[in-house]
Write a protein that binds this ligand. Sequence first.
Ligand code: SAM
Length: 202
Amino acid sequence: MSNTSLIYKNIKLYRILMNLLYFGKYKKRFNDIIKLFNTKITSVNELCFGDIYVANFCKKNNIKWAGFDINEDFIDYATKKGYNAKCQDIMKLDNLPKADICIIAGSLYHFYDNVEQVFKLMLNSSGTIIISEPIKNFSSSTGILGKIARISANAGKGNETFRYNKKSFIELIKNMKNKFNFDYRIIYEKKDILIIIENDRN
Ligand SMILES: C[S@@+](CC[C@H](N)C(=O)[O-])C[C@H]1O[C@@H](n2cnc3c(N)ncnc32)[C@H](O)[C@@H]1O
């Protein structure tokens, strides 16, 4: 992980940069996800969790949380706070533990060339999947925010320039729905798109 972006080496730096890109509203991403939890939820898997806002909420509400991320520094921060965070390349997983909900936020673009595998993992583990993904991005913009967005997306495989936009994201979800047969609901489409998927495999 030594060649990751600087912001991936420290969660506090990561928060500062994300707040810059989200005009101070980075935490809202997680609050909007949490609002979709119903009162019966007892367990959550969070893929590429990065930060611990959801973990925090789960702890306070007696919900079992498991986080998976490839970034050792983020894992270190989470485990030192007492959270069940596993250092794991999710592309190397055959299965996830069963959980009521599986979340992936701000991260699906890392897997655009293997996204079907990520969907399979999530759908096999949970009846409810929550995806929050940026669809309006600075990474293709000129100027300082564009530069920051581009150089801050190296999770270990080099600077990644691929991002979804509204059209390509909706196309992806429709393809996945055809392949895996699930229902989905778009909660909103703003800078990020937030969707909830329900499937009856679990
Ligand atoms: C842009 S950050 C998003 C973090 C957080 N979910 C958020 O919404 O701010 C992307 C996260 O994906 C993780 N990641 C990238 N590739 C991964 C992989 N193959 N397996 C597990 N985690 C990965 C990175 O380490 C990073 O924490």
